[in-house]
Ligand binder design. Structure first.
Ligand SMILES: O=C(O)CCC(=O)C(=O)O
Ligand SMILES: [Fe+2]
Length: 363
């Protein structure tokens, strides 16, 4: 069994990475033209209750966070303490990276069965069409790949990445403490929660302006294989979350706010009480959209299983213990059925795991 994050995809290489230079395309190629974007939302005649915006200084913050985790699995946060200039510097560093010529970016290409480097979305093999996006993943130190991008001046990029990871780690731990608190559990009950996440990943996403955005998909529907993800969507609309009974809802960018997604591992940890949110990114005709996702998980040697405080005779554990990298492997193999693949007992309704989203059209 692999416990190192970098080994997660060793058996699941992406063999056919089609590296088109999207920035130079005047038309949408057939390879990127999606037949159905499942846009049939949305709110009918009633006004939906929108993705919550939570002020982290609110005296009621724990209750608000718990409610958002239960009902949506996604929320936005303000007063999060991450300096604005660091958020801006991170976006500028990404902009510089994605503005490099494609041949240069390919110098730092992710190995077919690796996790770090430049490449297409890891979920691409599950879809018949390609996505209108490019990505750069950092697990561990960014130096090796950054040196290939900028042989002489990679230090600034690496410094920004390291500083960003440091700040995000602080914030992720604060959020974990609130989330656990809202479940009636303390950080002391979950010893590993106070430790540094194993090797949290940073995912830089680039969605160039698209000549035919209604038929293109930036990042197809998926849940994150994390405990939680902190997303900076840089004032450009594109992120949508799916809510049962409502459909796809845009998570509007709010200046200075960050988006928090609940991931599959938190769904497991909470024994299904908190929902991992299905989300996707759309593209637009005029703006190049950049986003930065901080993917936070448990330390690599820790097996995640439903918290014992949340289980009893009437609420048996629904999932078997699984490490982060083992779960990433399950995701690479089963994609939207990964949760079912680690499920111990069938849901009471006899259907597939509600959080597997098998019934939602993800393509
Ligand atoms: O770009 C976005 O808004 C979403 C990115 C995302 O979902 C991811 O990186 O996992
Ligand atoms: Fe995501």
């Amino acid at each position: 069994m692999y416990t190192r994050l970098s080994d997660s995809f060793i058996h699941y290489p992406i063999t056919n990475q089609n590296h088109l230079d999207l920035n130079s395309m005047k038309e949408l190629p057939e390879s990127h033209a999606w037949l159905s974007l499942d846009d049939s939302p949305s709110f009918g005649s009633s006004v939906p209750d929108l993705v919550h915006v939570i002020n982290l200084n609110d005296p009621n913050v724990m209750t608000l966070v718990g409610h958002a985790c239960k009902t949506w699995g996604v929320f936005q946060i303000t007063n999060h303490g991450v300096p604005t200039n660091l958020l801006e510097e991170m976006v500028e560093a990404s902009r510089k990276l994605f503005a490099l010529p494609i041949q240069q970016k390919l110098q730092a290409a992710r190995a077919p069965n690796g996790v770090s480097g430049y490449g297409v979305a890891r979920i691409s093999p599950f879809f018949p069409k390609l996505m209108w996006s490019e990505g750069f993943t950092v697990v561990g130190s960014p130096y090796e790949h950054a040196r290939k991008l900028w042989p002489k001046c990679y230090t600034k990029f690496c410094d920004v990445i390291e500083e960003y990871k440091k700040e995000m780690n602080k914030l992720a731990q604060r959020l974990m403490s609130l989330i656990l608190g809202s479940l009636g559990v303390t950080m002391d009950d979950v010893k590993w929660a106070c430790l540094q996440g194993s090797s949290p990943a940073l995912q830089l996403n680039s969605y160039p302006a698209c000549p035919d955005p209604d038929r293109a998909m930036g990042l197809a529907a998926h849940t994150d294989s994390t405990l939680l993800t902190i997303l900076h969507q840089n004032n450009t609309s594109g992120l949508q979350a799916h809510k049962e009974g409502i459909g796809w809802v845009t998570v509007p960018p709010i200046r200075g706010a960050l988006v928090v997604n609940i991931g599959d591992l938190l769904h497991i940890l909470s024994n299904g009480l908190y929902t991992s949110v299905l989300h996707r990114a759309k593209v637009n005709r005029t703006q190049h959209r950049l986003s930065v996702a901080y993917l936070y998980g448990p330390p690599s040697n820790i097996q995640i299983s439903p918290l014992s405080k949340l289980t009893d005779k009437c609420h048996p554990p629904l999932y078997r213990p699984v490490t982060w990298s083992e779960y990433l492997g399950a995701k690479a193999k089963h994609f939207n059925k990964a949760l079912s693949s680690v499920r111990l007992c069938a849901p009471l309704n006899g259907f597939a795991d509600a959080n597997d989203h098998s019934g939602v059209q993800v393509g």
